[in-house]
Write a protein that binds this ligand. Sequence first.
Ligand SMILES: CSCC[C@@H](NC(=O)CCC(=O)O)C(=O)O
Ligand SMILES: [Mg+2]
Length: 368
Amino acid sequence: MKIAGIELRRVAMPLVAPFRTSFGTETERDVLLVRVDAGAAEGWGECVAMSEPLYSYEHVDGAAEVIRRFLVPILAAAPSVDGYAVGELFEPIKGHPMAKAAVEMAVLDAQLRIAGMSFGGFLGAVKETVPAGVSVGIMDTIPALLTAVESYLAAGYSRIKLKIEPGWDLEPVAAVREQFGPDVLLQVDANTAYTLADARHLARLDPYDLLLIEQPLSEDDMRGHAQLARVLQTPVCLDESITSARAAADAIALGACSIVNIKPGRVGGYLEARRVHDVCAANGIAVWCGGMLETGLGRAANIALAALPGFVLPGDTSASDRYYATDITEPFVLEDGHVRVPTGAGLGVTVDSAELSARTTATEWIPF
Ligand SMILES: CSCC[C@@H](NC(=O)CCC(=O)O)C(=O)O
Ligand SMILES: [Mg+2]
């Protein structure tokens, strides 16, 4: 496929409510979108890097610069590209998986729209809908948390994930269990907020029958997670630590996790995300699809990925209105606790040009 040029576009996506984690509070996403003009079709990619390097070392301005200075020239020099070639071409550039993933996603979308193939069909989806979990931020009070959880359960969400940090962990988990009973699928995400010294404290979560505890320790502490996993009954799930299929294989071999949260942006793209899925499946490790507050573009791609056979736990693939009052594509809605896998060519969603224009804060066209 020959590319005529690439557009980098920033859109402001205000959240319906502040979303607080152990590393900060989000009220608006500053999203970098990548649009590839491949002549017969255009393709969209979404960069999941946040405004500040608090989830990972990447941040949105840095990702835009890496794409503009290093990835675009490589793509422009290639006589022809497809989704598979992009990963190979970008190999010499170290790191920056979220920047790379956004470009690969746009190339894949264009390529699949031209081929008339859906993202799910291309990746190997085996389901038409996937169960939707929801991530619930740290709140000011327990009553506020219970009100939020009640609304999500009433909406039909299949699984509740609570953000935790030191000082907000045992009490919110106990309160949710007390209020909503033992059958609600419940898990927690610490975003690296604890250390091995907290092992005994985290073991006090065991009686609450959690599905998993996500990324309790630092992203580079594989041995610490392996030690912690030997102390806890609650299964350890890794997110920030799993930066590639090889990292997943290492974590599994070390016993650092028994469940993996897969995020395509964190691992460099949807093809690497599928390789993580395959490594985990080969080792009997359950996976689920994480989220980075994506617009309908990234959400469409994530839901397609979540339809692969190894995704046996509900992901953070919520309905669009969990974060956004209106989206830049048609919204994903909850149907009996599930979201529907798009079947159209490419991502299977259409960018609403009026919504896109209304939210655009910057755009730059780079001709090849
Ligand atoms: C702003 S927090 C983004 C990272 C976080 N993501 C979520 O909690 C899910 C967000 C979503 O529903 O998209 C995680 O560590 O898993
Ligand atoms: Mg996480």
